[in-house]
Structure formats: structure tokens, C-alpha cells
Design a protein around this ligand. Structure first.
Ligand code: NDP
Length: 292
């Protein structure tokens, strides 16, 4: 398995299991299947409602806690300095851990950026106190990152953003690379494109990706994950199915050529699958995160 070194020296397994939209009752089995397949990194979020099950699966797995990299996210309803400190307490209690490996802000709140900065200051405090090993952000665009870098004392270690062959966000990635912020791809195999209405856009059926997969006797999902890893990104594919969880981890025994990487680079449509970051407001997306 590949590891990536974050900007503060912390080592993170490059590939983790994502659990967005994994129902709580299926989460234990998915995390268990992942740990059995060799995963040592799980990406959850306060807003996913399954932190408790992630923690229970890790605790019951027989794999030492210290070997598993746990990443979670503070939801926008818990932004503000004190609120975010409390958000950490809620997540840690649900996960059943004293320390979280990577804690990130789930979204920028563009219309209330001061509140976002207050939340980030709380992450800096948690880092200083040793309650988290690394801090970061998610869905931060160039302007959000630029303002944050200007105001923060600690640069984020990670920016988790939508990246798959059909939406690559190269400008955000380039700024991250320049400032030591690792890009972590959400929807790395294009999951967000599967739900698009009225269009057949699945990256899994893309002829370019399918042809590359056939050439390597691998699946389209494995080819996309390899594309990310070879370009230095972390990936957190989601599945609830044990065989796909194992398939998505079986990507460390082949290499794409420079031409193949370039062919996938050329598939960018510039069309975002997730919500526009500017549309994220407490009015539209705020909802309380339950106490532990
Ligand atoms: P993914 O690109 O991981 O795709 C997931 C979809 O692909 C699911 O429908 C899954 O179905 C299917 N799938 C998984 N593996 C395979 C395979 N090998 N072959 C065929 N189909 C497969 O998209 P997600 O949107 O789920 O993103 C992954 C993770 O990223 C999330 O779980 C979450 O952790 C994070 N995320 C973060 C966001 C943020 O705002 N920060 C937003 C969205 C996601 P099935 O489960 O049935 O196998």
C-alpha cells in the first residue's frame, strides 16, 4: 500500500474507504470488509450519521487502533470557534477515540467566511493540543484557500475535493501543490456522475477508460484509482459491497503509461457533479449534528 506524507510529516495511507451514503446499518460490515482487504484509512463525516458504526467496526476488527487512519469532517452547522471544538468532542465520542488522525472542515461557508475561519482556528487549537494529528478542509476553491492561507497559522494538510476523470479542478489542485496541500479526491471513480439525471455519463462505461482497463486486465474503477494515485492524489472510493471494496484496493500491482494518464486527463468536461461551493449556506444546508 502507498502512503503519502502530509505537510506536517504525518503519514497517511493514500487509499481509504469512503462511507458517504453508506447507511449506518451497513457501515460496520463495509468497514470490516475494508480492514480485511488491507485498508487502513476510513473517511467519514459528522454529517454522514455513521461515525459510531465506523468506530465500532474498527474497535471490533482486531486491527490495532494505531494502525488505522481515521478521517472525519466538521459539518457547517458546527462552525464557530467553540462550536467546532464541541464538534470534535461529538465526533471523537461517536468514533470512540481520544484522537482523530485527520479532521477537516466539510465545506467553506462563502457568505459567512469569518465563521469558517473561526472553525479553522478551532482545528488549529485541537492540533496544538494533540487531539488531532492533522487538519484540513474540503470543497475549498481557489479564493477560499487563498484567504485561509492568508489568515491561518497552520496550512491545511489536505483539501478534499471532487476529482474524477470528468471533473478535475486543475486550478485548485495546482494551488494545493504549490502550497503543500494534498488533494484528496472525493467521488474518485466518478460516483457523483452516476446520479446525473437525463444523461448517461458514467465514467465506468467511458470508452477510453474501458479500453485502458482491458489493456491491463483491470476494471475501469481500478484504472481511475490508479490514475489518481500516480498523479499523487489520495483517494477514498466508497462501496458497501465486499467484492468491490476488495477490487478498489487491488490497485498496487500495475502502472498506467504516461499516454494513458494523458488520455484520462483529456476526459475533463469541466462540469461539476456536486453542489456549487458558492451555494453552500446554513439556510440551504444547515442541520444539527446530534450529540454523541
Ligand atoms: P465514488 O466515486 O467512490 O463511487 C461510489 C459509487 O460507485 C457507489 O455507487 C458504489 O456502489 C459504486 N462502486 C464502488 N466501487 C465500484 C466498483 N469497483 N465498480 C463499480 N461500481 C463501484 O463516489 P462517492 O461519491 O461515494 O465518493 C467517495 C467518498 O468520497 C464518499 O464515500 C465520501 O467519503 C467522500 N465524499 C466527500 C464529499 C465531500 O463533500 N467532502 C462529497 C462526496 C463524497 P456500491 O456501494 O453499491 O458498490
Amino acid at each position: 500500500m502507498d502512503h503519502l506524507t502530509l505537510n506536517n510529516g504525518v503519514e497517511m495511507p493514500a487509499l481509504g474507504l469512503g462511507v458517504f451514503q453508506t447507511p449506518p446499518e451497513e457501515t460496520r460490515a463495509a468497514v470490516q470488509a475494508a480492514l480485511e482487504a488491507g485498508y487502513r484509512h476510513i473517511d467519514t463525516a459528522a454529517a454522514y450519521g455513521n461515525e459510531r458504526e465506523v468506530g465500532e467496526a474498527i474497535a471490533g476488527s482486531g486491527v490495532d487502533r494505531s494502525e488505522v487512519f481515521i478521517e472525519t469532517k466538521i459539518w457547517i452547522s458546527d462552525y464557530g470557534y467553540d462550536e467546532t471544538l464541541h464538534g470534535f468532542e461529538k465526533s471523537a465520542a461517536k468514533l470512540g477515540v481520544d484522537q482523530i488522525d485527520l479532521l477537516i472542515l466539510h465545506q467553506a461557508l462563502p457568505s459567512e467566511f469569518e465563521k469558517t475561519l473561526d472553525a479553522y482556528r478551532a482545528l488549529e487549537t485541537l492540533l496544538e493540543q494533540g487531539k488531532v494529528r492533522a487538519i484540513g478542509v474540503s470543497n475549498f476553491m481557489v479564493d477560499h484557500l487563498t484567504t485561509l492561507l492568508d489568515k491561518a497559522s497552520v496550512a491545511p494538510a489536505v483539501n478534499q475535493i471532487e476529482v474524477h476523470p470528468y471533473f478535475q479542478q486543475r486550478e485548485v489542485q495546482a494551488l494545493g501543490a504549490k502550497r503543500g496541500i494534498l488533494t484528496q479526491a472525493w467521488s474518485p471513480i466518478g460516483g457523483i456522475t452516476f446520479y446525473r439525471e437525463g444523461e448517461h455519463t458514467s465514467t465506468l462505461q467511458d470508452p477510453t477508460i474501458v479500453a485502458i482497463a482491458e489493456a491491463h486486465s483491470k476494471s475501469p474503477a481500478q484504472v481511475m484509482l490508479r490514475w489518481h494515485l500516480q498523479q499523487g492524489r489520495s483517494v477514498i472510493p466508497k462501496s458497501t459491497k465486499a467484492h468491490r471494496i476488495a477490487e478498489n484496493f487491488d490497485v498496487f500491482d500495475f502502472e498506467l503509461t504516461a499516454d494513458e494518464l494523458a488520455a484520462i486527463d483529456a476526459l475533463d468536461t469541466g462540469k461539476r457533479g456536486g453542489p456549487e461551493p458558492t451555494d453552500i449556506t446554513l439556510e440551504n444546508f444547515g442541520r444539527p449534528i446530534p450529540e454523541a
